[in-house]
Ligand binder design. Structure first.
Ligand SMILES: Cc1ncc(COP(=O)(O)O)c(C=O)c1O
Length: 768
């Protein structure tokens, strides 16, 4: 690993690079020695102020050498080396700081400086070889510490260039070089990817399935960092995490209490465990944004009455307690629950709590999210059951796709035995794990451990700046009697003294340092959840919901409007891909990978859309792909007219009202989800068109996007109670036939074409 020093440039901050004096001469010699003898990259900086910019924006520095004598004591505060050092330590507690100074200057160095530095180097007195050598010693030691345990071992192992006589068959990549397609792949990914793709038979790297050796150490380290008693690395995504958790605790005919807003992997968890589901129903606001489930649903009485009213659970099982609850935290729209409140309720009647935090692995690392995540410390609660948390580390932290973590916190009285738990883990794990995925989980952990709060602060601040900018543009446009997109966020913020300020005028630091402006309250109902409980749920500022015109605050449809799918299609044409599109809102995620340039491009694209809309520019120019798919329909249509046509269709066919009504219904279950799936295995299923679905039971879950919530689970009946669901799906089918090119995703629904018309069909259980 020591060869890597040239990958880790040394920043040298000095005003003497070109000085025609002894110091300048020696500094130039030092730089030359570092480059030519020590093979290091050197990055010169001429002022403390410029160096601060470099330190803040680059995490790849190997060491920072600071010339103590650039400025005199009358210089500007920003120019002081002490300010630079504080900034360096704020960004990185470990990077070596070496002070170039004179022998006699030691007496004048402030204690604050001595606390921050690793070493002083005598500029004039020591030999150049010695100075360069000392710097390299520090760089090498620092780099060794940069590598977390597993990743470090993997890099060391692959640097040994061993002859592989084991799987994978490409053996360090060599196998790819036998054929041109393989060579192309080898060149694209680079040698390291293949040399680090190792077999489970390499003992140096430990065993993922046994959690031994360096893998086990890495998992234990992640447990410490993420606040768990045990952490497991799971390589088939959080979909797999959820199944491992459920399989470890539930048996056939156990009762589970599940968020209806759950990810489909939880539905499959119900299938494999053969559990009876009871559902929590998330509320929705008038815009259709999915809100938190009601706290009252978690009470003992409510859960008991759900069991009592469930037609499927046999009488002799109705006295059972609930084995597992599963709540999606945060929701897709970034609503996070105060977990402390929820635990207090659920622990009265649920044996294990599961928080599916696929989109929320970062919450522990910034105080803004205090108490609002599954592994939150809750010292006052001495009676909680075991808590399980699923994290898609790959979604919003930095890991390869599918690399996830499963965290467990033991209950106050019930411990999760690792050997027992591991049976479920192994049931869902491969015996050929991808080592680079494990390394990415190890690295994601170290990144959060070393810099989590600072990185999260940057991400939150950037999201807040973007929110403020959008509000400011919207405010300016409104003054000119025009329009712009708005953000779903508080409009004003109230301060302790009772004063109020518009959101866009509140300092970003205040919004980042205070949780309360983001916590939902009934008193300030910007969120539209009329019956929201106090101190119960908050909006995560980094999940950015943009609102398009078309609905007023009470959900009434305006005369004109801009359906969000048109905007997000337009954005795709400009290289911007959104996370989720609803009827009049769309969601973007600000994450560790978001840059200011990305934000600038987004705003520019939104402003371009506005211009194209206002001038009714032709769809041929604005949505060329749409026109290509149905030229006859769209060729001569303008963007504004197109928006109006779809908006009017939504309005006249009451599509949003139909959606609201459909999602209020939990249809009657004819059988457990597991039994519905068993009918698939028995081939006792057939496709049924929507028009003929009344009275039928789908074998699979139906999930329309938007909003991405299951509207029916496999085994539920399309009976009279489910009429609103039928009506909504029919309205979606008619809409797709009226507007070609707007075929949106509905999991569980296939389209068949007859006489030029599309019909929905679903796999249903055969009738006897
Ligand atoms: C709430 C929730 N849970 C679990 C998952 C599955 O995660 P993964 O894609 O890591 O399998 C998702 C994916 O979108 C999700 O949204």
């Amino acid at each position: 690993m020591t060869k890597l020093t040239d990958d880790w440039p040394i920043l040298i901050v000095s005003g003497q690079f070109h000085a025609k004096n002894d110091e300048g001469f020696r500094l130039r010699e030092l730089v030359q020695n570092l480059k030519e003898t020590q093979h290091c990259a050197v990055l010169p900086s001429y002022s403390y102020e410029d160096a601060i910019e470099i330190v803040v924006s680059r995490a790849d520095l190997g060491a920072i050498v600071i010339d103590w004598d650039i400025c005199d004591e009358n210089c500007d505060e920003k120019m002081l080396p002490t300010v630079l050092m504080d900034k360096i330590r704020e960004c990185n507690a470990d990077i070596p700081i070496l002070l170039l100074t004179e022998r006699l200057a030691i007496e004048t160095l402030p204690t604050r400086v001595l606390q921050n530095i690793n070493e002083t180097l005598w500029k004039i007195a020591d030999t150049i070889d010695f100075l360069a050598g000392r710097i390299v010693v520090h760089v090498e030691e620092y780099i060794r510490g940069v590598y977390p345990e597993f990743f470090g071992e993997m890099v060391r192992y692959s640097a040994e260039y061993k002859y592989a006589w084991h799987t994978p068959g490409h053996m360090g990549g060599a196998g790819f070089l036998r054929s041109p397609a393989g060579v192309a792949m080898y060149k694209f990914f680079g040698e390291n990817v293949f040399r680090s793709d190792l077999s489970i038979s390499v003992p140096e790297l430990g065993s993922l399935l046994d959690h031994s050796g360096v893998v086990g150490d890495a998992e234990k380290n992640s447990a410490r960092v993420f606040g768990a008693d045990q952490t497991y690395y799971v390589l088939n995504g959080t979909s797999n995490v959820n199944q491992v958790i459920w399989r470890s605790q539930l048996l056939r005919d156990d009762i589970a209490f599940v968020d209806r807003n759950c990810h489909k992997s939880l539905n499959y968890a119900m299938v494999i465990t053969e559990a009876y589901p009871l559902y929590m129903i998330p509320r929705r606001n008038k815009r259709g944004i999915i809100g938190p489930c009601r706290l009252s649903e978690f009470s003992e009485e409510s859960i008991r009455s759900k069991i009592r009213d469930n037609a499927l659970i046999p009488e002799n099982l109705k006295g059972k307690s609930v084995k597992m609850s599963a709540l999606t935290n945060s929701t897709y729209d970034g609503i996070c629950y105060n977990v402390i409140n929820i635990k207090k309720q659920l622990q009265k009647s649920v044996e294990n709590l599961h928080f599916d935090e696929a989109w929320y692995a970062y919450a522990r690392f910034h105080p803004l999210y205090k108490d609002h995540f599954g592994m939150a410390d809750d010292d006052l609660n001495s009676d909680h059951p075991p808590i399980f948390c699923s994290h898609s580390t790959h979604k919003l932290l930095t890991a390869f796709s599918q690399a996830s973590m499963l965290h467990i916190r033991d209950g106050s009285h019930v411990q999760i035995n690792p050997d027992e738990f591991n049976e479920s883990y192994m049931m869902h794990g491969s015996t050929s794990p991808q080592y680079s995925m494990i390394a990415s989980l190890d690295v994601a952990t170290k990144m959060m451990d070393d810099n989590g709060e600072r990185m999260m602060r940057d991400v939150i601040m950037e999201a807040i700046h973007l929110r403020k900018k959008v509000s400011q543009i919207a405010g300016e446009m409104k003054k000119d009697n025009s329009w712009f997109f708005e953000m779903w966020q508080p409009r004003t913020v109230a301060f302790e003294d009772g004063a109020k300020q518009n959101f866009e005028d509140v300092p970003a630091t205040f919004l980042c340092d205070n949780q309360y402006p983001w916590v939902f309250s009934a008193a300030d109902n910007w969120h539209g959840f009329d019956d929201i409980e106090e101190n119960y749920a908050m909006l995560d500022p980094i999940k950015l919901t943009f609102i398009t015109p078309g609905l007023n605050d009470h959900g009434a449809m305006a005369d004109e409007g801009i359906p969000a799918s048109i905007v997000t299609n337009y954005l795709i044409g400009h290289g911007i891909v959104c996370e989720k599109t609803d009827y009049y809102s769309f969601l973007l995620l600000n994450s560790l990978g978001t840059t200011k340039a990305k934000q600038g491009s987004l705003l520019a694209a939104l402003l371009k859309f506005k211009k194209a809309y206002d001038s009714n520019a032709l769809l041929v120019q604005t949505l060329p792909d749409l026109v290509k798919c149905a030229p006859e329909t769209y060729r001569n249509v303008g963007l504004k007219d197109h928006c109006l046509a779809i908006h009017t269709y939504y309005k006249e066919h009451a599509l949003l009202d139909k959606m609201q009504a459909a999602f209020q219904v939990i249809p009657d279950p004819a059988m457990k989800p597991a039994d519905a799936y068993h009918e698939v295995v028995r081939k006792n299923v057939e496709y049924v068109t929507l028009a003929e679905m009344k009275g039928r039971t789908p074998a699979v879950m139906l999930v329309p996007y938007p909003p991405g919530i299951p509207i029916m689970m496999g085994g539920e009946i399309m009976n009279d109670k489910a009429e609103p669901i039928f009506d909504y799906l029919m309205a979606r089918q008619d809409f797709e036939n009226s507007f070609p090119g707007y075929e949106s995703d509905i999991h569980g629904v296939e389209r068949v074409e007859r006489d030029g018309k599309k019909y929905f069909q679903t796999m249903c259980i055969k009738q006897k």
